[in-house]
Write a protein that binds this ligand. Sequence first.
Ligand code: TXA
Ligand code: MG
Length: 335
Amino acid sequence: METLLLNENQLDVAAELIIKGEVVGIPTETVYGLGADASDENAVRKIFSAKGRPADNPLIVHLADFSEAVRYTSYIPELAHKLAEKFCPGALTMVLPKNDRIPLVTSGGLDTVGIRVPSHPVMHRIIELSGKPIAAPSANISGYPSPTSASHVMRDMNGRISAVVDGGQSEYGVESTVISFEDESTVRILRPGCVTEKMLMTVCGNVIVDKAVLSGLEKNEKASSPGMKYRHYSPKADIIMVESTLESFTDYVGRHYGDNVYSLIFDGDSDNFPYRHMTYGANSIQQAHQIFRKLRELDDLNAVRVYVRSPEPVGVGLAVYNRLIRAAGFEVVRL
Ligand code: TXA
Ligand code: MG
């Protein structure tokens, strides 16, 4: 299959492909998604096979407006409406009980569905033009860093899907915050993103950060979200997170240095850093924006091992930290 590269003036072509049951790479404000009609089992199966994704890992369903969530869910708590008022459209996915309009293939066999209303005008327009709920996981090969540009998607998906729409660089760079509902005033963060714990606290009485956000699951421990179980975001290089001051970090890298060993450090660190390195921003918003691109670039440089300066796991930094510990397979050095 030849994968078409479409521009922002060809959204009717993208919508037509979605209606026909094909898979299209679509830009969103978080990362690029691999979109297909969420109500069409065969179309959704194509997403799983293009990504090589395990069948029990559910897909997020993207809608043009939160008011449409009633069509695909059996119950919406009052708190979800309040959150939608504040954060939709945007980088928030709410896990709700699904109804029969969402096939089990889409929900990975679960009786719930993640609903998101993306703010990116291209994704929004394709949902409207197609008139379909769009199931879309991140548009990477399963396990690889999420794509934040059309060229990343092309790299992973060329020949596997019908088209990719080029909508420039993703604004946020990390995927949406995924939450579930515990009781009428409490939500649980299953995956942190740019809608932070503090932002959620402006609407919710209580916000729980799931244990798996900051650490690996123990053997036989049940995942609150299937995505927690799988190795994620990993480039070919071995990633090692280092939580320390710049001084101890520099010393540590010096003692573990060698051919094709890189460091991924903060912008401000690089002036006197004597070893091979790349930088990934000066604050957590920049780090979120750049992290997946930098992990892909390190592969292009044939890095074999990468020592990463750990972000503070607060605010948007929690999202960056969460992606990095997974990329590192939970290999964290604390100095
Ligand atoms: O920003 C995003 O969320 C991007 C863009 C394309 O919208 N999408 C995305 O999808 O990151 P994906 O499939 O790569 O990640 C979805 C995560 C997975 O970890 C999955 O297990 C979890 O959300 N998830 C989806 N539906 C769920 C459900 N019903 N219950 C629990 N977790 C769910
Ligand atoms: Mg993903």
